[in-house]
Every structure is written in C-alpha cells, then in structure tokens.
Design a protein around this ligand. Sequence first.
Ligand code: ATP
Length: 221
Amino acid sequence: MAKKQFAVIGIGRFGSSVAKVLAEMDYEVLAIDADEDRVREVADFVTHAVTADSTDEDAMRSLGIRNFDVVVVAIGQDIQASILTTLIMKDLGVPVIIAKAQNELHGKVLGKIGADKVIHPERDMGSRVAHNLVSPNIMDYIELSDEYSIIELKAPAQMIGKSLKQLDVRAVYKCNVMAIKTGSSMNIAPNADDLIAENNVLVIVGRNKDLSQLEIAYAEG
Ligand code: ATP
C-alpha cells in the first residue's frame, strides 16, 4: 500500500504541529500558508512548503491538491477563509478533509459543507490529531517530553490471540507495554504470557521515533 500523502493548509500552532508530527513519521507533507514567514518556518521539515491563498481555487487546482489523500484545513480565526477553503477542497474532490473549528457553530458549518472530521483544537492537540490520521487505532497520544510519549493503541487484528512475548514489542520496536486496558478494567504490568484479546487497548511508552515506527507498522499493515 502506498503511503498516504497529506496537505496542511494554515500553518499556525495547530497546523505546524500536525505537519511536524506527520513529517517526523516520514509522511509526505505539503504545507500551504498565505503568510510567507510561516511558510519559511516549516520549509525545512516538510516535503514542500508553498505560499498561496487557499481561497483561490485556481491556485489550489494548479498545486494538484486533489491528488492528496488527506487535506487538513487548519485555518481558524478567519472563519470565512476556512469555510471557503473547505468548500474548494470538496469541490476539487479531495478524498478526506479534516477541518479545524474556532467554535461550535463554525464546527457545525464545516461538517455540513463536507468536512469528514472537525477538530476543536482546545480539545484535540495537534500531535494527537496527526497520530490519529496515520492510524485510527491510536486512541490517545500523550507527550511526556520532547523525546518520550505514551500511546494508547487499540489492538490491531494482527495482535489478537498473541502473547506479549510473541509480539516482542520491546525488541522489535524498543517500546514497553505498560498496561492493557479492557473497557474500564486495567491490567498493570502485564506478563509476557498474557494474550491480547479483541477490544484490548495497549498503553505503550517509548521514544517518539520508536513509537512512530510501531504506529507505521500497524497502520500500513
Ligand atoms: P493557531 O491557533 O493554530 O496558532 P492562529 O491563531 O495562529 O492558529 P489562524 O487564524 O488559526 O491563526 O490561522 C492559521 C494560519 O492560517 C495562519 O498562519 C494564516 O496565515 C493562515 N491562513 C489564513 N487564511 C489563509 C488563506 N486564505 N490561505 C492560506 N493560509 C491562510
């Protein structure tokens, strides 16, 4: 399966956090902003960074935006630009549109005009959103420091019925399974022989780059 390609429009704090995390996971990311300085700030870590007005349909068409699998519209304050951009993305046939909302009403409008997912940044951290875009199995993502994080991973099909020993997450991905959750019950410090069952959620700690490898392995099958 080819790796997904992402475009992020609007490189404020939220947009740049989404773009950065995706780029760290080696995904192709196109960053677009009307502000040249914002574009310059992200140019070093994304695949392509361009200065453009996303409400200019012709400009978006010539960037080939419809060829991206997922477009994140991370414009917030300029609600009109956010709505217009989302409409244009829909019109151009972008398969999946994620749009950042400034408030509840804005969110409702974005949903009505075709955003597949609406993000409320006061509730959803940029990094968590990015990890969730890559793998829908990532239920939560908590940054402990610049280097370490904890993820909650819904057990993917390939894990069901296997023991922790068999999966050997520690040797293969250098990450540690700290706990296994099932509904509201929690098995803390699980044994190597404990089997992973359907609906289990694994709480895993590790270095960001190691966790990313694990996520990619289970996201891309
Ligand atoms: P955040 O809360 O994520 O930091 P912000 O408050 O800095 O965001 P927003 O108004 O949410 O700013 O906009 C985010 C980015 O979107 C800005 O960098 C802005 O230049 C860009 N932007 C706004 N309108 C457009 C547009 N029409 N085309 C391209 N980029 C735009």
